[in-house]
Design a protein around this ligand. Structure first.
Ligand code: ATP
Length: 306
């Protein structure tokens, strides 16, 4: 979907490694750009923990709850990179740890271990700046439910979008309004609806407003939590097409979580399959969905086809 997908980056890296020695210009042309988001060893448990938690959970124990102490190992040792304009899809069944992983990335839940380096911001998990300030500028989440996501139902759609711009440094109302209107239109909201209160919008339209609000001041990292849940299939397809177009243009690093493999197949450049809080498979969508290697991924894919 974009030139910085991991498969292409890996191919470029391999080409660079095997090419005859060349000058700095040639090297610069084949090396992929550094990732915008680099997560390493992200881990989070709920409970007191004990020495056996890791050994007795995951594939080995077929559970994420430690039988010795009852602790839930919700996310364990998850690592990935996401480049500019790249979309990483995370799939897994209910309880596999997707929401916990997103809330670690959104700094809502503190990690027990790991790092999350965002280009230009360093390791956000160790930053001294306040979480709220970092979140506003660097990492933005689009939630499943737009009204639960802090949007104001009685406010005009364009005001919901402009408010983020004004909160993140824009001082001109006219500019905030114009930029909000442009993005709403790009995301498929007709100009005649821009001043209507959000509460008069359908679920799919409200999701677009939430997306416009997230992207009007482009974040380094965009997190999408089940972006199409509850929407009609035709609305889903349309929304996914809008997401693709706008994320390509803005070049944020996007992480999308969904239990719907089709959503991930459409949107993602690369997929992580998560099971009992661990990554069990990682690859481009064609590899993961058409030739799954891990038994859990094989089950997921088979259940999707039934
Ligand atoms: N605050 C908490 N306290 C205790 N256990 C928790 C807490 N939050 C999550 N868990 C547990 O962590 C595990 C992972 O939960 P999580 O919500 O991340 O999964 P999920 O893949 O997002 O599921 P779903 O798709 O149903 O939302 C589950 O066993 C869950 O019960």
């Amino acid at each position: 979907m974009n030139p910085t997908s991991t498969a292409q980056a890996a191919a470029a890296q391999s080409a660079a490694a095997h090419a005859p020695a060349a000058g700095p210009t040639a090297a610069a042309q084949v090396l992929p750009p550094p990732p915008l988001l680099s997560a390493r060893g992200l881990s989070r448990r709920f409970g007191p923990g004990c020495d056996l938690c890791i050994e007795l959970t995951g594939d080995a124990g077929a559970t994420s709850r430690c039988p010795a102490c009852g602790t839930v190992v919700a996310v364990h040792d998850v690592s990935f990179d996401v480049g500019a304009g790249e979309v990483l899809g995370i799939v897994g069944e209910s309880g596999s740890g997707k929401t916990t992983l997103l809330s670690l990335l959104h700094l809502d839940t503190p990690a027990d271990a790991g790092s999350m380096v965002v280009d230009g911001y360093g390791d956000l998990l160790r930053s001294r700046t306040s979480d709220a300030e970092l979140r506003r500028s660097a990492v933005v989440m689009v939630h499943q439910n737009s009204l639960a996501a802090g949007l104001a139902p009685r406010l005009a759609a364009e005001s919901n979008v402009a408010e983020r711009l004004l909160r993140t440094g824009c001082r001109s109302f006219a500019e905030a309004r114009a930029r909000s209107q442009d993005l709403l239109a790009e995301l498929g909201i007709h100009p005649s609806r821009h001043t209507d209160p959000l509460e008069t919008f359908s679920g799919g339209m409200a999701q677009r407003v939430q997306l416009a609000r997230a992207l009007v001041n482009p974040p380094r990292v965009l997190l999408l939590d089940e972006p199409t849940t509850g929407l009609d299939p035709s609305v889903q397809a349309d929304l996914l097409e809008s997401v693709q177009r706008v994320t390509d243009r803005l070049g944020s690093a996007t992480v999308v979580v969904s239990h719907d493999l089709e959503v991930i197949r459409i949107l993602a450049d690369r997929v992580l399959v998560i099971h009992f809080g661990r990554v069990v498979e990682d690859g481009i969508p064609e590899q993961v969905f058409d030739d799954p290697q891990h038994p859990y991924t094989q089950l997921l894919v088979a259940s999707r086809l039934r």
